[in-house]
Design a protein around this ligand. Structure first.
Ligand SMILES: Nc1ncnc2c1ncn2[C@@H]1O[C@H](COP(=O)(O)OP(=O)(O)O)[C@@H](O)[C@H]1O
Ligand SMILES: [Mg+2]
Length: 239
């Protein structure tokens, strides 16, 4: 089933065309990667898809429902979860409480939200962190909590913005495992990642953005073999 269908999305900030006519699709049980140089528009694309930015034109359809004019909380309720590149935990709250905030989207009662949050911590493999103060977490644990917060909203589709960047190889492998498990459970994942080996190992499809435009779409090996991608993304003019 097609979970996400983005068609012809454009977004400008003043005179800067951050996104121009961007289209992509994510099916259930699929991991789609978005790659591209810094400033290519990746995070802006996530903002447009999740309702944090209003698209200037184009359509976004989540599980058959048009969402491009809806606010973030409505899109979240329809089944889209997202993580942020810079994780900001709620200050003075434990990891469990942070995740409960996500769970409250569907379970307004505290007891139900707590049960849901505990279940998600287990699913992400961080039950042992539940009582810890979220402010004091390592980068890897913060990222895991961020994934848990998004999962607690019970999404069909997850948008993951650079969750592996800066992790040690062991931590990155753990995060990679989590993403594969979620994919196998039938979620659709749209991930922004920089590392070429990561994208190659993780993604069923890759969309390359450059200066706000889609430069190439295909499997990782297809797009990485594309000379224009090598020039834009890898900066290799003689590839
Ligand atoms: N809120 C904003 N206001 C103005 N310009 C922005 C805003 N967000 C992003 N931009 C600009 O849009 C372009 C794309 O940014 P971004 O989507 O963050 O790129 P990426 O995530 O690929 O590095 C950049 O030139 C950036 O400076
Ligand atoms: Mg970004």
């Amino acid at each position: 089933m097609m979970l996400l269908n983005v068609q012809g999305v454009s977004k400008a900030f003043g005179g800067l065309k951050a996104l121009q006519n961007v289209s992509l699709k994510v099916a259930a049980g699929q991991i789609v990667g978005v790659i591209g140089p810094n400033g290519a528009g990746k995070t802006t694309l996530f903002g447009c898809i999740s309702g944090f930015h209003r698209c200037d034109s184009g359509t976004v359809t989540l599980a058959g429902v048009r969402t491009e004019t809806l606010p973030p909380h409505s899109i979240c309720r329809l089944g889209m979860g997202r993580t942020f590149q810079i994780v900001r935990p709620f200050e003075g709250m434990t990891v469990l409480e942070n995740v409960m905030v996500g769970a409250m989207v569907r379970h307004p009662g505290t007891a139900k939200a707590r049960d849901k949050a505990s279940e998600v911590l287990q699913r992400v493999g961080i039950s042992h962190l539940g009582d810890r103060d979220a402010d004091g977490l390592s980068v890897a644990d913060l990222r895991a909590m961020e994934v848990a917060r998004a999962l607690a909203t019970e999404p069909k589709l997850l948008l993951l913005d650079e969750m592996l960047a800066g992790l040690t190889p062991v931590e990155a492998a753990q995060m990679h495992e989590r993403f594969m498990r979620l994919r196998d459970e039938g979620l659709g994942l749209l991930v922004i990642e920089h590392s070429v080996p990561t994208v190659t190992a993780l993604c069923d499809q890759v969309v390359v953005l450059n200066f706000g435009e889609v430069l190439a779409v295909g499997t990782a090996s297809e797009v990485l073999a594309d000379a224009r991608v090598q020039e834009a993304y890898l900066g290799n003019k003689h590839a």
